[in-house]
Design a protein around this ligand. Structure first.
Ligand code: ATP
Ligand code: FE
Length: 341
């Protein structure tokens, strides 16, 4: 029976329906209330979720050609995310589950990102390596049967998406900056700035962990480059070289991520790699990891562009796997803002 999934962990109100082993609908209502603030304002986000949640659910059901009475289960993101935002989705899901007598399936947002490569064919078979690169997380895991995630490493400070957004902000680009950097990087000179590699360890080859990264230094380097420019023409120089800085930044970030993945493939012998999360929408990263796979002989799985950034389809497919494995959640399940994978 069809599963309705609801996702409200951050600033997108999303709902999707999974039916007959495939995605029947997916709706994402982007909140346009954060643009002037350089980031997400939690209070604004939860208010916008309250306004958008019912129409978004109705749109997902309509797109699937189903009514509430056709549903077999309700899935919802329980964390990580903003507490006030998560609670809006959770309350809606519980209301439907209670009112219709349906089972409730609580889903971890990060597990949703991981399983976003299961929405469409071709799907990786387990185990696979998963690089999760999003706004709040950057980690490499080995995904096994039974929803087991073995961590091989992670960033020590900023997430990759956070680094994209912070560098974009330094360049005067709107939030979220990732897509803008991506677009500008295509027309810039990637050799313009010599930025420090985010990889830790001797010669950037090997840190303590197999996958050990730090993105804060690269953002600081861009900040210093700007601060050291002659004051009289600082704004002008930054504007003229936006694309060059974007290209230089994106190149070292992509290189460090792909190098980490290649090394993990070599050391684990696992020859299937998924790249998920908002930054997996990056065209440079998609291209580089695909090329690495072709050169080293591993298969690469990336979600459709619309399933890289936050969406409810990934929550729906994860819930389908959990439900098939006999897992459901208690109606008393709460929001866990700092939930880990
Ligand atoms: P998390 O999933 O860790 O809780 P989140 O849900 O806020 O965080 P996502 O929606 O998965 O994060 O990803 C958003 C991030 O992806 C933002 O930092 C955004 O800048 C980045 N991003 C989106 N598209 C691109 C792109 N084309 N290139 C680089 N970064 C991108
Ligand atoms: Fe996310």
């Amino acid at each position: 029976p069809p599963i309705l999934a609801i996702e409200t962990s951050c600033d997108d109100t999303a709902a999707a329906v999974w039916a007959d082993g495939r995605l029947a609908s997916s709706v994402v209502a982007g909140q346009r209330v954060h643009e002037g603030f350089g980031g997400v304002v939690p209070e604004h986000a939860s208010r916008a979720h309250e306004r958008l949640i019912v129409p978004t659910i109705e749109a997902a059901l309509a797109e699937a050609g189903l009514g509430m009475a056709d549903l077999g289960a309700v899935a919802v993101t329980v964390g990580p995310g903003l507490a006030g935002s998560l609670l809006v989705g959770l309350s809606a899901a519980k209301g439907i589950a209670l009112g219709r007598g349906l089972p409730l399936l609580g889903v971890n947002h990060l597990e949703g990102h991981v399983y976003s490569v299961m929405i469409e064919e071709p799907r990786p078979s387990l185990p696979f390596l998963c690089l999760t690169v999003s706004g709040g997380h950057t980690l490499l895991t080995l995904v096994r049967e039974g929803f087991a995630h073995e961590e091989l490493g992670r960033t020590r400070d900023d997430a990759a998406g956070e680094a994209f957004d912070k560098v974009a902000k330094l360049l005067g680009l709107p939030y979220p900056g990732g897509p803008h950097i991506d677009r500008l990087a295509a027309e810039g000179d990637a050799a313009f700035l010599d930025l420090p590699s985010p990889r830790l360890g001797p010669k950037g080859r090997r840190g303590d962990a197999l996958f050990d990264l730090s993105f804060s230094g690269i953002k600081t380097a861009v900040r210093y480059w700007i601060a050291d420019l002659p004051e009289a023409d600082r704004v002008g120089i930054v504007e003229r070289h936006r694309a060059d800085v974007a290209a230089s930044f994106q190149r070292v970030v992509v290189e460090s991520l792909v190098e980490g993945v290649r090394q993990a493939v070599e050391e684990t012998g696992v020859r299937a790699v998924a790249v998920v999360g908002g930054v997996s929408a990056n065209s440079g990263l998609r291209r580089a990891v695909t090329e690495a796979g072709a050169a080293d002989g591993f298969d690469v799985f990336v979600p459709d562009l619309q399933h890289s950034v936050d969406n409810a389809a990934m929550i729906a497919v994860t819930a389908a796997y959990k439900w098939a494995a006999g897992e459901t959640s208690d109606l008393s399940v709460g929001a866990t803002p700092s939930l880990a994978l």
